[in-house]
Design a protein around this ligand. Structure first.
Ligand code: FAD
Ligand code: SIN
Length: 525
């Protein structure tokens, strides 16, 4: 067992921001599954939204966020995040993030749904630069211990105290050391879940392999409410390539003038769907691409920016340009084949403005949460921003309440006395593939009640099998992830069946209209 003041699950933007903000006050353990750079943060392309332009205002950013979110956002959260954005960018600059500049000012690019240029970026690989700066800062702090290769299994609560209390108080996590195969308890006065999204519940996703909703599932099992899980965001422009399955083509390509075309007729179709054309919010563009593909029986649509100056295109999108060249596509001369793919989990663990969850001692920040910022659809580049603002907010609240956060009691070690090594790994692979396929086909961009019920039926059948397997065999990362994927699939489908309207990312042919009032879908365990 290891004991620290605060345990953080996740080494992405949210987890490291919290760790850095805490480290002058207490010692912190940061756990990560696989490598420290394995989350979505390192993969972010477009940038971070903040009001920095003279002609822009907080009200504009708030309005754009609420319009994209189809009114489901909590306004006080939107205001809180938008107003804290410039300070978050300032802290990143101080940590050495080399944002692109225009003379002395930061260069601002544009993305769909934004009425102004307001996205700071590092070329087209912002996430990598942010991840590197946060890691460098965290590594340099003597109070931060970074421990990669740890797959957290479940939260430690009053049920795991040596003198059983059964309370919901959270004391840390049980985590599988991926190298030794041993499970250890990591305990602290406070725990922060910053474990990212659940994108890999879908067959096609831009998210990294580890985005299996572990934190959401752990929090749910421990007794937290989750909210708006039906709001799964699909990015309109993921590269279509038979070998490279999840390479994102940033929204900034459309922001800078890229247009979507039918690959056979060359028709620019976005104006037929929305007056904002390619700069409409993501849900609108993703549905239009899906419609074109399904209507004409296509494999992909075209995203074309080859009408712009080739030096501008290659200079503004150097990483995408190079990557596409290796695949035989010159984006300065020809269109890019693209398809929609799952991209972001808008719903998650319900938190307040201080990052507090329903359980005492448990905080959460970043993509694993539902803070009220995104509503029914996240505005582009608001997500990294949410990680910085809520990572900081959770840290501040822990520091402010330090005297009330008692040290952990003795905790029971992980019990492996009744399990053996698995003899049929094939079950994990089979179930994993099955979930991702039916979620894509039945719970995707366009839904129907019948399809959702089919998915629910399959989830019900698989749940017994997976729980039985979990109860009998020693845990592996694959098994932990499968259990969590299935749990998240269940939460998504349950939430989708609950919503009897089409709002934002939840679009169902059975209820195509918007209800007069925007109401969160809150599931209570
Ligand atoms: P992540 O960065 O995903 O980190 C999750 C962490 O949790 C990882 O360290 C992981 O190892 C750890 N973890 C997970 N499960 C466990 C477990 N069981 N045990 C231990 N550790 C665990 N947003 C923007 O605002 N702007 C963009 O330009 C942008 N571009 C994007 C491009 C791509 C391709 C993708 C996929 C997303 C993009 N997003 C963007 C979204 C944004 O990157 C993410 O929402 C954000 O980085 C999430 O940060 P996070 O800290 O919440 O989680
Ligand atoms: C992108 O660069 O298109 C992704 C931006 C985001 O997800 O916010």
């Amino acid at each position: 067992m290891s004991e620290y003041d605060v345990i953080i699950v996740g080494s992405g933007a949210a987890g490291l921001t919290a760790a850095i903000a805490l480290a002058d006050h207490c010692n912190v353990l940061v756990l990560a599954k696989g490598e420290l750079t394995g989350g979505s943060t390192a993969w972010a392309q477009g940038g971070i939204a903040a009001v920095l332009d003279a002609g822009d205002t907080f009200d504009n950013h708030i309005d754009d966020t609420m319009v994209a979110g189809a009114g489901l956002n909590r306004r006080e959260t939107v205001e809180f995040v938008v107003e804290n954005a410039p300070a978050s960018i300032e802290r990143l600059v101080e940590m050495g993030v080399p944002f692109n500049k225009d003379a002395e000012a930061l260069h601002l690019t544009r993305e769909g749904g934004h009425s102004h240029r307001r996205i700071v970026h590092v070329d087209d690989a912002t996430g990598w630069a942010v991840q590197a700066a946060l890691l460098k800062t965290a590594e340099a702090h003597p109070n931060i211990t970074l421990l990669p290769g740890q797959a957290c299994i479940d939260l430690i609560t009053g049920r795991h105290e040596e003198r059983y209390s059964g309370s919901g108080r959270v004391w840390g996590v049980y985590a599988l050391d991926e190298k030794s195969g041993k499970v250890h308890a990591h305990v602290g006065r406070a725990t922060i879940l910053a474990s990212g999204g659940a994108g890999r519940v879908y067959q096609f996703s831009t998210a990294p392999r580890g985005a299996t909703g572990d934190g959401i599932a752990m929090a749910w099992r421990a007794g937290c409410r989750v909210s708006n899980m039906e709001m799964m965001q699909f990015h309109p422009t993921c590269l279509y390539n038979l070998d490279v399955k999840n390479f994102l083509i940033t929204e900034a390509v459309r922001g800078e003038g890229g247009i979507l075309k039918h690959p056979v007729t060359g028709h620019r179709y976005m104006p037929d769907y929305d007056a904002r054309a390619e700069l409409a919010p993501r849900d609108v563009v993703a549905r239009a691409n899906d419609d074109q593909i399904k209507r004409s029986g296509l494999d992909y649509v075209h995203l074309d920016i080859s009408h712009l100056d080739p030096d501008f295109v290659a200079g503004h999108f150097p990483n995408i340009y190079e990557k596409l060249l290796t695949l035989g596509i010159d984006m300065t001369k020809q269109p890019i084949p693209v398809v929609p793919a799952q991209h972001y989990t808008c719903g998650g663990i319900l938190i307040d403005l201080a990052g507090r969850t329903d359980l005492p001692g448990l905080y959460a920040a970043g993509e694993c949460t539902e803070s009220g910022l995104h509503g029914a659809n996240r505005l582009a580049s608001n997500s990294l921003l949410e990680c910085f603002v809520f990572g900081e907010a959770a840290a501040k609240d822990i520091i402010a309440r330090w005297d009330q956060l008692e040290p952990p009691p003795p905790i029971r070690p992980w019990d492996e006395s009744r399990v053996t090594d698995s003899d049929e790994e094939v079950i994990i692979k089979q179930n994993w593939t099955e979930i991702r396929r039916f979620m894509w086909n039945y719970v995707g961009i366009v839904r129907t009640t019948k399809r959702l019920e089919r998915a629910q039926h399959r989830i019900n059948m698989m749940t017994g099998e997976v729980e039985d397997y979990y109860g009998h065999f020693r845990v592996t990362t694959d098994l932990i992830e499968l259990r969590n994927l299935l749990q998240c699939a269940e939460l998504i489908v349950k939430s989708a069946l609950h919503r009897k309207e089409s709002r934002g990312l939840h679009y169902t042919l059975d209820y195509p209209d918007l209800l007069p009032q925007a109401v969160d879908t809150v599931l209570v365990p």
